[in-house]
Design a protein around this ligand. Structure first.
Ligand code: ATP
Ligand code: MG
Length: 450
């Protein structure tokens, strides 16, 4: 993309309504525009990152054997009357009436709808195990929408639902989700710690939330610092292997890590004192096993191998895709702007032309742009007639992890400069070498976007 043709409405001033750094930078970098409290338009740069996160979530869900689909945002109230949650859900649910006078609602989550789909089509244990998911906009009329996309009213969420014959199989689905979530967050350059949590209005006993540690997080968390040393890394796993998934669950959840809802002071005090941490975290996902709560209420049953008809065991599993943008920025920025991890960056690198209009500098930039694009990479070329200082400030603010700087002086010696946004370190090299280096960095990482 050439910046002169893009839509990147960056702001110099710090918007006064933004209280936390991710919100400030998302506004300043021209990623989002608020349309109403907690409701945002995703401008091109923000949309690009949102799509990348969505793609990573899809890839990791499908890798785990979960099947993508799409349910609508508007739901009939009757389904929620069946489960009993229409009255329970309270003021967070946005209720609307259509022209026929039918009660509808903008879905805050989809347990009822998916259970309805399941009961319409599945009747035998032979169709299990089954996990269906979608990534769709949700609406919750939050009392205090704030912090930009972090606590919106309309937000983008992945929610998946497992259907299993037995509790044991459903707990395997729970473990499988934990593993797939660990992989998902790590690919986004994040550490999200699974913590024992409270199930709230969804119901059920087994639930973990995934928290990214950040001072601006809304949850208070208590943990053994040894959990921060755990990494899933590059290991491979057979998602059908119950013992292997249970092993990862054990590894990542046996050390003390809880949110304030389930915090137990006595247990916490068993952690060696020097490893006890009290901090704040951002909830970026949650997994639940809730047994037959919805299947019993809504008649989602299957015939087992013994011919007996029983309600299926279910769980639901959510990732806050739009909230993740804020969480990533909270975890990765400096005083100049965002620093995107390579796995989610909107453009793979920036090209800064120090002297737009100079025949050689222009030609060198075009050549770099073409070579990178030919490799399937997506560079952002700042081809505007601007001062170098302004171009650097924009690149730093929008946070592309790599920048190639091209100027007449370097070109006389046959070199351009490759700069890491994270370390600030610059190295001079031939333009072809810079292209090769960038290609190497992104090898194996998601490169597709919009
Ligand atoms: P919270 O406690 O933050 O209100 P929740 O526990 O009610 O969230 P879940 O039902 O677990 O939310 O939804 C799954 C994920 O969706 C959450 O882990 C979170 O990342 C995201 N999420 C929930 N509410 C919002 C919101 N208002 N804005 C943005 N993301 C949200
Ligand atoms: Mg939650």
């Amino acid at each position: 993309m050439r910046l002169s043709r893009y839509f990147l409405p960056v702001m110099k001033e710090t918007p006064s309504e933004a209280q936390i750094v991710s919100h400030r930078y998302m506004l300043r970098a021209g990623m989002i525009k608020q349309n109403a409290a907690g409701i945002y338009s995703w401008l091109p740069l923000g949309f690009k990152v949102l799509r990348k996160l969505e793609n990573i979530v899809h890839e990791e869900q499908m890798r785990a054997g979960h099947i993508p689909m799409l349910m609508p945002t508007l739901q009939p109230a009757d389904l929620w009357r069946e489960s009993g949650r229409y009255d329970d859900y309270g003021e967070e649910m946005l209720r609307v009436t259509d022209r026929q006078g039918r009660d509808m609602l903008y879905g805050p989550t989809n347990e009822e709808m998916i259970t309805d789909i399941f009961r319409s089509h599945v009747g035998s244990y032979k169709d299990l195990p089954l996990t269906l998911y979608h990534i769709q906009w949700k609406f919750r009329d939050e009392m205090r929408p704030r912090f930009g996309v972090m606590r919106g009213r309309e937000f983008f969420m992945k929610d998946g639902y497992n259907f299993d014959l037995t509790k044991e199989d459903a707990l395997h689905a729970y473990n499988r989700h934990l593993v797939s979530y660990l992989r998902t967050y790590e690919r986004m350059g994040l550490q999200a710690i699974p913590m024992r949590a409270d199930s709230g209005p969804i119901g059920g006993d087994d639930t973990h939330e995934f928290l990214v540690l950040a001072e601006t997080g809304e949850s208070e968390v208590f943990y053994d610092s040894a959990v921060t040393d755990l990494k899933f890394g590059t290991r491979t796993i057979d998602y059908d292997n119950h013992a292997a998934c249970a092993g990862i669950m054990e590894e990542f959840t046996s050390k003390y890590a809880r949110t304030d809802e389930t915090h137990d002071e006595a247990l916490f005090n068993e952690v060696p004192e020097e490893r006890r941490r009290v901090a704040r975290g951002i909830e970026v996902g949650q997994i639940f096993y809730f047994g037959t709560k919805y299947s019993e209420a809504m008649g989602a049953t299957v015939q087992g191998p013994d011919g007996k008809v029983t309600p299926v065991h279910m769980g639901s599993h959510g990732i806050g895709v739009s909230r993740l943008l804020g969480a990533i920025i909270e975890a990765s920025h400096d005083d100049k702007g965002i620093i995107w991890p390579e796995g989610v960056t909107p453009f793979h690198c920036g090209i800064v032309n120090l002297k737009q209009g100079d025949v050689e500098a222009d030609a060198a930039c075009e050549a770099l742009y073409d070579s990178l694009t030919a490799l399937g990479l997506d560079p952002l070329y700042d081809d505007r007639k601007e001062r170098a200082g302004g171009k650097f400030a924009t690149m730093d603010l929008i946070g592309l992890p790599w920048r190639i700087t091209v100027g007449p002086r370097g070109l006389k010696n046959g070199v351009v400069e490759l700069t890491s946004r994270r370390t600030g370190e610059s190295v001079e090299m031939a333009p072809e070498q810079a292209v090769e280096k960038i290609a190497q960095i992104y090898k194996g990482l998601t490169v597709h976007g919009i």
